[in-house]
Design a protein. Sequence first.
Length: 261
Amino acid sequence: MKSLKIFIGVSLVLLAGILIASCSEDSNTARLEIRLTDAPGDYEEVNIDIQEVKVHASEGEQSSGWQTLDINEGIYNLLDFTNGLDTLLGSAELPAGKVSQIRLILGDNNTLKQNDQVYDLTTPSAQQSGLKLNVQAMLTEGVTYSILLDFDVARSIVRTGNGKYLLKPVIRAIAEATSGAIEGTVSIPQSTPAVYAIHEQDTVGTSFANDLGKFMIKGIPAGTYTLSFAPATGYIIEDLAGVVVTTGSVTKVGEVTVVEE
């Protein structure tokens, strides 16, 4: 059954283009997700118009500048995401390195509901270019990270003397790794195997060895895996069991032996 599953998986991916898959292993990237949550406030609704999210990243000593994420733009009622709930705003593949800041761009449709009355939330003009949040998170190649934007509603809304409301967001950015990765090489690069990370009969992640024999399976949840290989005709690679993945790190399995038939 496993052999049939591997054959079908390899065939489909090969048809999609093994060269594209192999190149992706050399991309030196990490995955970043931006999520939104809220500390409760004494209101019926607090609706925030989120139009854009940007991150400032750098790879080594070289800055990659501001990069715009592909997000689900629109109006979010912050009170829908209290008591441990959150929602995904957007995600992106970024160069492994440092994320120093996030910029949150708000639109004009921000409102507050209290006692069945809806009020406009005015954003100070100084914030029109976006809310800059300091993060200082390091991204490791192959690992998935989440930055949780914790919006403190109670401290973010100011009522003026004339009964209007100002939105002065107080947001805490919490960065954490949510996955690990597996990295290794095969002793004969010409075997060009597909590599599968299998947990309890389920294939959790897939990769290909590149022309140097290197492979990396990215975004793997913590757990113990068996690596299964599907090499080119004429080569044999034994399964590698007991590969332990921990959150936030890359498990290096070293060189895997390839035998010629």
